[in-house]
Every structure is written in structure tokens, then in C-alpha cells.
Design a protein around this ligand. Structure first.
Ligand code: PHE
Length: 518
């Protein structure tokens, strides 16, 4: 039998052609990691004394670059347009005020101790972000990202369960039961052409019985996993299990996309967040590099010189200033960079312009409530409710459990074309109206809110680089290659787009590239 026949035979007999190809070594080997970091400790090797690096932007990418290069003696100067560091690693608290590009100002009215992370808000367990938290002593706590107490609430084409709050645990337990039932019966009727021995088939059926909560005759008739009408209690109250939804109702509800999102390797059940707000990470970096940051310095020109770079920026009194260096690390988000006059070569400019146009139009709103009704009335401690309404999601806080007031993320969209374009007041009204379809308590308990639409946030003009279609193939390599002595750096030049770890890994990579040259 030749290789092709072998693979075809395996595929036809119900086995995995992929596994067979892998066994024969026919699949391309994964590239070995290029990044010098991949988590853990990191240390540049060569001394950089006498070399000046101009870093554009005091977000995580810029500050991490200055921190790493500074450790081995480089003279780093960070130009930051704002009067604060951190970029998107930003936390909003009572008293904070900001104005968007349309001139709309919001003043946060949250009660003391409450906050919203309008940008990054959750950290996967494998991300390098946590290594920096460890290094800097930033306290972290669990961020409940996935909680089966959360709801799926759909309003459009969702069949019998339209407009009904379905607990994730009910939907997931039921669909798992039905799939197990169907598969177990098919195996027992020999209707599955799987390359399994009779013994393995029996084992698989046993597995499905447990996994799906099936009765001895292989029916899914509900299980305690989906919850109760009356919960077990003391004395003569064993509890009354709730009935499963019909299989067809679950199929019509359609929640595979929600569950699939939460099965992504990064969207974990247990994630982490800094205690007290995401900006604790930015502040920790800032403490390390504060001497190197010049605030209120907006970059006006990025130029190449024969041996280095020259940057023109406005200083805090509004006058233009020029600074020269050996290298430039440019962390400016591409939607902003695209309109800064520069000496970037034509192919680099083209890559910047095209990816700039693809930034995620992310938007988020934080709503303050006088009572934590989701905990008190609905027994939800963390997690995310999903809906097909414009608000898309409701996040329950993972901090301040059992206290009085609390903040819900009342909406969060990666591609927010509905809520964000409204005025802040209208966004809030919409979030309260749609949220109250799920939680009628909103009407009595809502107090105040703040909303952030990233495309209209000055110095960002977008959420994160989103390499849709063939953008990764067309432009990514160019963005990753230096242009003269200018290096782009940030989440947009990583495969961790939209994550703080992307910015941090990029900082480590660019720092080592410069350090290897020096
Ligand atoms: N990291 C962001 C979040 O978790 C944005 C993101 C979403 C990035 C989904 C990748 C995938 O919300």
C-alpha cells in the first residue's frame, strides 16, 4: 500500500487523515519559536551604553522596551502624547474625565472603589503579562471569564427559546446529553464506521453515559448538572430537578458561537486581573521608567537620518522640538501613525495604511448599580452573559463580591457599529434598555455609567489590529521588518493582537533585535 492509499483508507474507514499524515511526517513541521521570550525571565545580553533609542508611546510596548533596553545601558527617551502613561491599559474611576475626537466629554461618576477597565481586562494564564506582574509585585486575582451561571439570551431567529434567559449550564448540559445519546445509540446500532474494536466501542458508550448523564437505556432525560427548580435542602427536601429543553429548541437557540468563544485557548474559565484595575500593570512599568518619559509630547514627524532617526514633536507648551537618536521604536497605533508625516518607505507606508483601516472598532460601557442584584437575586458571581442584542455581552464583576454597589460591563463589542457611533448618553440608554430585557432589576438599580468607543479615543483611533482577510499575509512581514533604524512595536506586530501580551512580547523581540545589532 502506498502512502496515498494508506491515507485514503484511513479517511474512508472513519479515521483521521490528519493523524495519519502526521504519523507519516507529511505535514509541515511547525516553525520553531523565533521570539526570544515566550514568557519567563528575559535578559538582553549586550551592553548598549552610548546608544540612544527614541521610543514613541508610553503604553505597555513602549515602557517594556525602555525597561528592557534600559537594564543594559541604552539611553531611552519615551515621547508620550498624553499626560498619562499606559495607553489602552487604562482604568476609569470616579472623577476621571476624558474627551473623544468628536468633542464629547464624559466625567466618571462611579462610587469610590469601583472601576471600569475600558480596554484590556483579562489575562490568560500563559501570557507573559503575568511574568511582569510577578517581577513587579502587581497583585492579581481570578477573573471569572466563563461561568455556567451566565445566560444565553437571544431574540432573533432563536425558535422556542427566543427572548428567554437560558442558563449556560442548562444549554451546555442538555446539548452534551443529547449528543451523547445520539452517538451512543449510533454506536450500539453499529451505525458508526469507526476504526474501533468492539471493546473500545463498549468503553466509548460507557464514557458517553457518564459524560452525557444518560440513563441505563441510553436516553438523556436531564441531569442535576443543568440545575433545579427547587434546590436540595434540609429535612424532606431532596430538590426538584428541572426538565431538559427539547433538542430542537436548543438547536434553534444556536449557541455554538458563544461556547466556541469560551473554548478558545485564551478565553479561559479562570483568567487573571490585577487587584484594583488593569492600570496597576501600567503603573508598575511607569515606576520603572518614569525618568525616561516626556509627557504631552505629540509626534509630528518621523524621519530617517544617515545613521539613525530624527523625531519632531510638540512639547507641553505646544512648540515644535526635534530630537535625534540611533534607533526609533514606534509603538504608535497604526490608525494614528497613518497620518503622521514620515520617511517610511513606500511598502511600509502601504502596510501601515492598510492595517490601520482594519482596526477593531471595539466599544465598552460600564454601568454602576446600587445593588448587586446579579449576585443576590440570580446567584451569578463573575462570567459573561451573551446576547444577540447590540450590547452583545454583560460582564459580571470578579471583584467586590457581596458588597453593595457594583459595576457591570453593560456592553462590549469587538466590532461595535451600533452602540459606539451613538452619543454617550444614547449608548447608556441603549445598554440599560437592552440589559433590562435580561435583568429587569436594571430599571430600579441603575445609577450612572461611562462608555468608551475606541475609534474615537484620541491617540488610539481604534481597538486593536485585526488581520482579517489576507492582511496578515500581505502586510504583516513588512510591519515586522525594520525600516532603516525604525522598528514598529506593539500588539499589532504580534500574533497576540488585542492582548497586552502581544505588546510585551513585541517589546522583547524588538529590544533583542536592536541589541543584536548594537
Ligand atoms: N483580548 C481582548 C478580549 O479578550 C480582545 C480579543 C478578543 C482578542 C477575542 C482576541 C480574541 O476581549
Amino acid at each position: 500500500m502506498n502512502r496515498r492509499d494508506f491515507i485514503t483508507t484511513v479517511a474512508v474507514s472513519g479515521g483521521s487523515a490528519y493523524a495519519a499524515m502526521k504519523a507519516l511526517g507529511l505535514l509541515e513541521k511547525p516553525a520553531t519559536a523565533q521570539s526570544p521570550s515566550q514568557g519567563g525571565s528575559f535578559q538582553l545580553q549586550r551592553n548598549g551604553r552610548g546608544k540612544r533609542v527614541i521610543i514613541l508611546g508610553a503604553g505597555l510596548a513602549g515602557m517594556a522596551s525602555a525597561y528592557e533596553l534600559g537594564k543594559v545601558g541604552y539611553d531611552c527617551i519615551i515621547l508620550e502624547a498624553r499626560s498619562r502613561a499606559g495607553g489602552r491599559c487604562w482604568t476609569l474611576r470616579g472623577g476621571d474625565e476624558f474627551t473623544d475626537t468628536l468633542g464629547q466629554t464624559q466625567t466618571v461618576q462611579f462610587a469610590p472603589g469601583l472601576y471600569l477597565n475600558p480596554g484590556p481586562a483579562r489575562i490568560p494564564q500563559e501570557h507573559v503579562t503575568l511574568d511582569y506582574c510577578r517581577e513587579f509585585g502587581v497583585a492579581v486575582e481570578v477573573k471569572e471569564n466563563l461561568n455556567r451561571q451566565e445566560y444565553y439570551y437571544k431574540t432573533k431567529n432563536a425558535g422556542l427559546l427566543s427572548g428567554q434567559k437560558v442558563r449556560a449550564r442548562e444549554a451546555i448540559t442538555d446539548i452534551r446529553g443529547y449528543i451523547s445519546e445520539l452517538l451512543a445509540k449510533a454506536i450500539n446500532q453499529n451505525a458508526i464506521n469507526a476504526p474501533l474494536t468492539t471493546e473500545d466501542k463498549e468503553r466509548l458508550v460507557e464514557f458517553l453515559k457518564t459524560y452525557g448523564g444518560l440513563s441505563p437505556d441510553l436516553f438523556y432525560k436531564g441531569s442535576s448538572g443543568r440545575g433545579f427548580i427547587n434546590y436540595p435542602s434540609a429535612g424532606l427536601q431532596p430538590g426538584l430537578q428541572s426538565d431538559p429543553y427539547d433538542l430542537s429548541a436548543l438547536i434553534q437557540l444556536g449557541f455554538a458561537n458563544y461556547e466556541a468563544f469560551e473554548s478558545d485557548w485564551q478565553q479561559q474559565m479562570t483568567m487573571l486581573q490585577p487587584v484594583g484595575g488593569i492600570d496597576q500593570i501600567a503603573k508598575a512599568f511607569e515606576r520603572k521608567v518614569s525618568q525616561k518619559i516626556t509627557f504631552q509630547s505629540e509626534v509630528k514627524e518621523i524621519r530617517k537620518t544617515p545613521n539613525g532617526v530624527s523625531i519632531v514633536y510638540t512639547n507641553s507648551s505646544g512648540t515644535n522640538q526635534q530630537i535625534k537618536g540611533d534607533y526609533c521604536i514606534c509603538t504608535i497605533p497604526l490608525p494614528v501613525l497613518t497620518s503622521i508625516p514620515s520617511d517610511f518607505s513606500a511598502d511600509m507606508k502601504q502596510a501601515i495604511d492598510n492595517v490601520a483601516a482594519l482596526y477593531a472598532r471595539a466599544g465598552k460601557g460600564g454601568l454602576q448599580f446600587r445593588r448587586r442584584f446579579w449576585e443576590e437575586d440570580e446567584k451569578i458571581f463573575g462570567g459573561i452573559t451573551w446576547t444577540d442584542q447590540d450590547i452583545n455581552q454583560i460582564w459580571y464583576p470578579s471583584e467586590g463580591y457581596l458588597s453593595n454597589k457594583g459595576i457591570l460591563v453593560g456592553y462590549y463589542q469587538f466590532d461595535d457599529t451600533k452602540v459606539g457611533p451613538l452619543s454617550p448618553r444614547q449608548r447608556i440608554a441603549l445598554a440599560v434598555e437592552q440589559g433590562s430585557n435580561i435583568h429587569p432589576q436594571y430599571r430600579n438599580e441603575f445609577e450612572n455609567a461611562v462608555t468608551v468607543y475606541w475609534p474615537t479615543i484620541p491617540h488610539n483611533l481604534g481597538g486593536w489590529a485585526s488581520y482579517i482577510n489576507d492582511a496578515r499575509q500581505k502586510y504583516y512581514a513588512r510591519l515586522n521588518k525594520r525600516d532603516g533604524n525604525i522598528y514598529l512595536c506593539g500588539e499589532h506586530v504580534s500574533y497576540l493582537t488585542g492582548w497586552m501580551a502581544g505588546a510585551l512580547e513585541s517589546a522583547r523581540l524588538v529590544s533583542s533585535k536592536i541589541n543584536t545589532l548594537a
